[in-house]
Design a protein around this ligand. Structure first.
Ligand SMILES: Nc1ncnc2c1ncn2[C@@H]1O[C@H](COP(=O)(O)OP(=O)(O)OP(=O)(O)O)[C@@H](O)[C@H]1O
Length: 280
């Protein structure tokens, strides 16, 4: 256990600058699929959440508690039944390539090469072919897929597909990146390499990331802020800073830290159903 390092500068939570702006604001947001008609129940109930620019927010919670629904509101795919979602202090403009989204499955267009998949959103933005190609090559380089640019999706491994999906989301240079269990279907080693890649991209670009995961360890290694949701209706149960994601050490360093085990237990306890409290 690395206890001595606990007070080191590196383990202090990153201080939010007073001038940091909200990238995302959910003001008393409720969501009821199908609207207010009788019989429909709230999936999210009066959620209050402000995410500052540059945060890496990991959202955990039991299946069905409303994590994806919350992300869909931030992406603009759904509108709140009550309350308001704001991006960068403006009313939500609706889905647009400036908000990058990555899902558990890459959903690449099977008939387009990796390069053309990455270019797709840029075409929507009206960029010229030469500019699109330049950005696609650069972004594929960022995710380590330079040599796969001309391959079709069926020629890629699962990890390569997710790298391509990340490149596609990054190509339009979104300030906000939304990720819904993006590494859940990958084997442990591929997953770890993508976790390193994402941490590097976050540190280098300063993008705001909202990342849903069922994996407590993944949240601890990546998130600068950890949120645990509860269902019935969906709400935020725990919202805490996390400094274990910091710096450029191998993940093993964080895993050996005393605070890692403590926080992991705290999160697992919050995630357990109340009828399993005997495990405490
Ligand atoms: N389009 C929809 N129409 C109606 N109900 C929906 C829709 N999408 C989700 N739901 C319901 O909303 C609730 C929350 O679903 P959501 O996918 O947000 O949960 P989640 O926490 O992301 O779950 P998981 O971890 O299993 O992905 C569930 O009861 C689900 O059945």
């Amino acid at each position: 256990m690395i206890e001595a390092a606990i007070d080191d500068e590196i383990w202090k939570p990153r201080e939010q600058s007073e001038s940091a702006k909200d990238a995302v604001a959910l003001n008393s947001v409720s969501l009821r699929y199908g609207g207010k008609a009788a019989g429909n129940t709230d999936v999210l109930g009066a959620v209050q959440l402000h995410i500052q620019e540059g945060e890496f927010v990991c959202i955990l919670g039991p299946s069905g508690c409303g994590k994806t629904s919350l992300l869909k509101l931030v992406a603009g795919y759904e509108k709140p039944t009550e309350g308001e979602v704001r991006l960068y202090n403006q009313p939500h403009p609706g889905p647009n390539p400036k908000v990058g989204v990555v899902f558990q499955h890459a959903n690449l267009f099977p008939w387009l090469s990796v390069n053309r998949n990455v270019q797709f959103g840029l075409k929507m933005l009206g960029l010229k072919r030469s500019e699109r190609n330049r950005i696609a090559i650069e972004t594929l380089g960022q995710v380590g897929l330079d040599s796969a640019a001309s391959l079709l999706p069926h020629q890629l491994s699962g990890g390569m597909k997710q790298r391509a999906a990340i490149a596609r989301a990054l190509a339009a240079n979104p300030a906000l990146l939304l990720m819904d269990e993006p590494f859940a279907a990958l084997d442990a080693i591929t997953r770890e390499s993508l976790q390193y890649l994402l941490r590097k991209l976050w540190i280098e670009t300063g993008k705001t990331i909202v990342f849903i995961t069922h994996d407590v360890e993944e949240a601890l290694l990546l998130g600068s802020r950890l949120i645990v949701m509860k269902g019935g209706p969906g709400r935020i149960e725990i919202d805490m800073p996390n400094s274990l994601n910091r710096a450029s050490e191998p993940f093993a360093f964080a895993r050996q830290h005393l605070r890692y085990g403590e926080t992991r237990e705290q999160l697992l306890k919050a995630l357990r159903p109340s009828d399993q409290s005997w495990q405490d």
